[in-house]
Design a protein around this ligand. Structure first.
Ligand code: SF4
Ligand code: FES
Length: 243
């Protein structure tokens, strides 16, 4: 049984009443064993302040809804055990995304617009044939795609990214990872030139300023930096061949 008393400093703001300035509310209570930030926030909402806004769905690090800034670093609330943190914990909403209120931000609108800009889906000229057999691919290819498809769209990499904070059009680490996923998919009929025209810009791989915080804070340990380097090398080689 822990004997720590926890002090939470929680950012509060309602964008629908902008005349009320943002403030920090302080909540103090005892730590309990196996407490996560999600259970701590639920405790605040159920016992101390029912008006506190924060997001969650799965409580299992699978849906990506609960990203927040914890002592200045992006983390999933449901995956973060309070025992890993000091007893004084500051909670802020993730930057970059549209604020909904308090700790809740709208990541979905940005992820959708990023996917639309990148056309993040399989491009095929083949007419759909519902009686055709499923297309085959090797286990090695399927595993590589699966590895990059594990992104839960939590936004932690974008919240940690210095380039995204200064360039609103930056497609972000999650966007580059998505493009890398389609670049290796044998079912995607896009040419290399078409793929790399989309990513070889200052809003794409050349907008990255190399801080690598995306990689440090991805809760799914996705190989973001490796994939960014791959896209940069491939962009250069496609440009070289095309010149
Ligand atoms: Fe979250 Fe990682 Fe996907 Fe970024 S790449 S959105 S940090 S799961
Ligand atoms: Fe789904 Fe945390 S609630 S990832």
């Amino acid at each position: 049984m822990s004997d720590r008393q926890l002090k939470f400093e929680v950012f509060r703001f309602n964008p629908n009443t902008p005349e009320e300035k943002p403030r920090t509310d302080v909540f103090e209570f005892d730590e309990v064993p196996r407490m996560t930030l999600f259970t701590a926030l639920t405790h605040i909402q159920e016992n101390l302040d029912p008006s506190l806004k924060f997001d969650f769905v799965c409580r299992a690090a699978a849906c990506g809804a609960c990203g927040i800034m914890v002592n200045g670093k992006p983390r999933l609330a449901c995956k973060t055990r309070v025992a890993e943190l000091p007893s004084s914990i500051s909670l802020m909403p993730m930057p970059f995304f549209r604020m909904v209120g308090d700790l809740s931000v709208d990541t979905g609108t940005w992820f959708r617009s990023m996917a639309e800009r990148l056309e993040g889906w399989i491009h095929s000229e083949e007419p759909f044939d519902e009686s055709a057999e499923e297309e085959r691919m090797s286990n090695a290819e399927a595993e590589k795609i699966y590895e990059l498809d594990r992104c839960i769209e939590c936004g932690c990499c974008v919240a940690a990214c210095g380039a995204a904070q200064v360039n609103r059009r930056y497609l972000g680490p999650a966007g580059m990872l998505r493009m890398a996923r389609f670049a290796i998919d044998p079912r995607d009929g896009r040419s290399d030139a078409a793929v790399y025209e989309t990513v070889s810009t200052d809003d794409g791989v050349f907008g990255c300023i190399g801080l690598a915080a995306c990689d440090d804070y991805c809760p799914k340990d996705l190989p973001i930096v490796t994939q960014m380097a791959y896209l940069r090398r491939k962009s250069a080689s496609v440009a070289w061949k095309g010149s």
